[in-house]
Design a protein around this ligand. Sequence first.
Ligand SMILES: [Zn+2]
Length: 137
Amino acid sequence: MTKPSPNAACPCHSGAKYKRCCRPFHQGSAPPRAEALMRSRYAAYALGLVDYVLATTHPEGPNWEDDRAEWAAGVAAFSQSTSFDGLEILSSGEGEGEAFVTFRASLSKEGEDASFSERSRFLREDGRWLYHSGEPR
Ligand SMILES: [Zn+2]
């Protein structure tokens, strides 16, 4: 996917412009809330921003891979082969250092529905929220 212009709708489907939604996070600002991180990771998948996905994954979570090149290739392949059609936040709760966000991602792959729902766990490290793990919902 080509990069959206700053005034285009954000790929996280918030309804806001990209520049007022996930773009600042993709450019380095720390999302203030775990839900914002979750949205920005969805948008990063949609845009193929592989480094952002890797950088916002918790090193102790099950999705972390030591072989960074292989991991990046896997994320890139998923990103390119998937259409990111919608995102709905079903619930979210945030504590001091831990947060949970339950969402439904509407995805399709080669015309086939690949949507899923997940309850994601986030941990805050050095002031930054990181995706730790998720379980299907
Ligand atoms: Zn967004």
